[in-house]
Design a protein around this ligand. Sequence first.
Ligand code: COA
Ligand code: NAD
Length: 693
Amino acid sequence: MSPVRYALSDRIAVLTVDNPPVNALSQAVRAALADAVSRFAADEDAEIAVILGAGRLFIGGADISEFGKPPADPWLPEVIAAIEDCPKPIVAAIHGTALGGGLEVALGCHWRMAMPGTKLGLPEVTLGILPGAGGTQRLPRLVGLQAAAKMIASGKPMTAEAALDAGLIDHLGQGDDVLAAARSWAADLLAQGVVARPTGRMAAPSGDLSDMRAGMQAKSRGEVAPVTALDAVAASTSLSFADGMAEERRLFRELMDTPQRAGLIHAFFAERATAKLPEIAGIAPREIDRLGVIGGGTMGAGIATSALLAGLPVVLVERDEAAAGRARDTIAANLAAAVKRGKLDPDRRDTLLDVSLVTATDYDALAPADLLIEAVFESMEVKQEVFARLDAVARPGAVLATNTSYLDVDAIAAVTSRPQDVIGLHFFSPAHIMKLLEIVVARDTAPDVTATAFALARRLGKIPVRAGVCDGFIGNRILSHYRTAADHMVLDGASPYAIDRAIRDFGFAMGPYQVSDLAGLDIGFATRQRKAADVHPRDRAPTFADALYHAGRLGRKTKRGYYDYSDDPKGREDTETLRLVQEARTDASREFTDEEIVRRYMAAMVNEAARVVGDGIASRPLDVDVVFLHGYGFPRWRGGPMHWADTYGLDRILADIREFARDDDHFWQPAPLLTELADKGATFESLNRKDTK
Ligand code: COA
Ligand code: NAD
C-alpha cells in the first residue's frame, strides 16, 4: 500500500498522506508524494489537487529517525519543487498540525487552507537544524521578513487564525471534516479559475535582521541553530530564490553535522521513551476522578493548580483555616496568571475555584479522593504521622503518594496497612509549570499503582521518569554530589561567582550558587543537619555555606545570599560574601580555570549518574538525561549529562576522576559502571534500550 493515496472526483484530485502516527515524511512518503504529483500533472481529468493528511494531523515533519543517516532520494526540496512547478494548482488542506517539512510542503503548494485550531510551525531549531526544504526562503515571501524570522528562530508554532492574519494561509476551513472542507474550497477555487501560484516566484522580501541577530546571539549561550537559521532567512532578501535555496542547503548541512543536532534529537526521543515502561505494559491504571492534596504550601498549591488545569477536582487539606485560606489564595493567583497568559478563560477559572476546588482542615474530607498526594514539611516524623492518618481515612484502593524530595518512601509506606498503594510523586517547583515528574516506585508498590502514576502524569501533561528509592532519587541525589564538588572548589579557593559563570558558560540556565539563593540557604542547612549522623570523617563540610546562613544571608528571600539583591533583582556580586567565604576556608587557596571548574563539576555529575544507573535507581541513562533537561536547567542542546558524557568520552571522564582522586580519593571514587563501560570502550547510549527508540 502506498503511503500517499490518489483519488479523483469532480475534477479534484485528493492526495492523502497516510503514514501513522504523524505522517512523517519518510523516504517512502517522499517518493510516493512525488509520484502522486506527477500522476496529477498527467491526469487530464484532474484540474486541481488537494494534499491532506490522514488521521489526526496534516504532516508532522521530516522523519526525525532518518537524521544523521545518509540521505535517501528523493530529497524533500526536490519533491516540493515538483509541487511548486506543477502547472495546475495544488492546495494544501491542513488540520491538526503542520510542522517542519510538513509546513514546507504546504509552503510549496499554490494555495493553503487550515482548519480552526490547527498549529503551524517550523520547529527545526529545537532539533538543532533549520528548515531545509525551502522554509527559510518561501515563508518570508509570504509573511514578510520579520514575522518569518521570528517564527523560524523561535521554533514556536502559530494558530490557524494567526496564520490567516499573517498571510501564511489563504482560507480558514469550516466544520471538523478536513476532506469535506478542502473539497468545497477547491471547488470554489476552480470556479474562480485560479491558476498555479508558485511561492518561490513571489517578490523577495526586504528588511534587515541584524538587530534580531545581535539579540539572539547575546542570549544563545552557545546554541547555534537559531542564529544560523536567521542567516538563512536573511539570505532571502539579497539572493535570488535559487541562490537562497542553495544558501539554505549549505547552512542546513553545516547544522546537520554539529553535535548539537545529535544532542537535541537525543532529547526529543529520550523524553518520549521515559513514558514507556516495560513493567507496566498492558497493566490497566486505577481510575482517578478526584485528587486529594495534603499541605497547601509552595508544592501542594502548585500540584493542586496543575490538577485543576487538567480538569481534575481537588480536595486540599491544611493544618488550620488560615493555612487553608493561604493555599486557596496561592491557587487563585496561579490560575489568574494562567488567565493572563491566555491559557485559561476567566469563566472557567471561576468554576475551578468555586466548584472544583474544596479546601478543608479535616482529613475526613479526603475520603472520596482516588489519589492523595502529600506535600507537607520535609520531615520523616511529620510524613509518617500524615500517612498513618491517610491510611485511616482513604478509601480502599486509593493511591497514596508522597512529594518528598529525599526521604525513604519505603519507610513512609511502612506506617500504613497498604504499602502496595504507596508511591512517590516528586513534582518540581513551580509544580503547575515544570514538566518533570519523578515517579518513585517503592519496594511494595503494586504495578497498577505505578501505571496509575504514569497515567496521571500524562493527564497533567508531565514528563514522567521512573526512579527507585534512595536519598534524593535520580535528580536530587546527583545534584547533591556535584554540588559537593562545587563546594570543594570554593573551599580550595574558587569564588562562587567564578563557578556560576563557568557553569552558565557551559550552557546551564543558572550556576549552583544562584540556585542556592533561589531555593534558600536554610534548605541546604536543614539538609546538612538532617544528614549530620551520616557524615564520614573524610567528608568536607561547606563551612562557608554555614557562615552565610548564620549571617542571615538566606538568599533571595532575605535580599542577600551569595549575591546581593537589595538593589538589583538579578543579584550583584558582594565583597561581604567573599569575605565570609575566605574566613571559612581552612586549607590553602589556589586558582581554578573555567575549564577545570567545568571538568570537575561534570565529572562529579556523570560519576554519580553512573552510580544511579548502576544501582538501578534510574532505568536507563536516558532517564537521567530527561531528569536533568527538565528539572535542573541542563542545556538541551548538549542532550543531557549522559549523552554529553558519551560525546566527551567516558575514558576521558574516568581519567579526570583518577586525576582528581590524587588529592581526594574519598570523594573521587569512580563508579563501577563508568569504569566498566570505559574499559570496554562502550557508551551510555549502548544501555538505552533499542526497542524504545
Ligand atoms: N519523525 C519521526 N517520528 C516522529 C516524528 C517525526 N517528525 N514526530 C513524532 N514522531 C514519533 C514520536 O517519536 C512518537 O513515537 P512513539 O510513539 O514510538 O514514541 C510518535 O511519533 C507520536 O509522537 P508524539 O509526540 O508522542 O505525538 P503527539 O500527538 O503528542 O505530537 C507532534 C505530535 C507531531 C506534534 C509531535 O510528535 C512533534 O512535535 N513532532 C516533531 C515535529 C518536528 O519537530 N518536526 C520537524 C522535523 S523537521
Ligand atoms: P511548604 O513549607 O511551602 O508547605 C508545607 C505545607 O504543609 C504548609 O503549608 C503546612 O501548613 C502544611 N502542613 C504541614 N503539616 C501538615 C499536616 N499535618 N496536614 C496538613 N498540612 C500540613 O513546603 P513545600 O516547599 O511545599 O514542600 C512540601 C514538600 O514538597 C516537602 O516534602 C518538600 O521536600 C517537597 N518538595 C519541595 C520542592 C520545592 O522546591 N519547594 C520541590 C519538590 C518537592
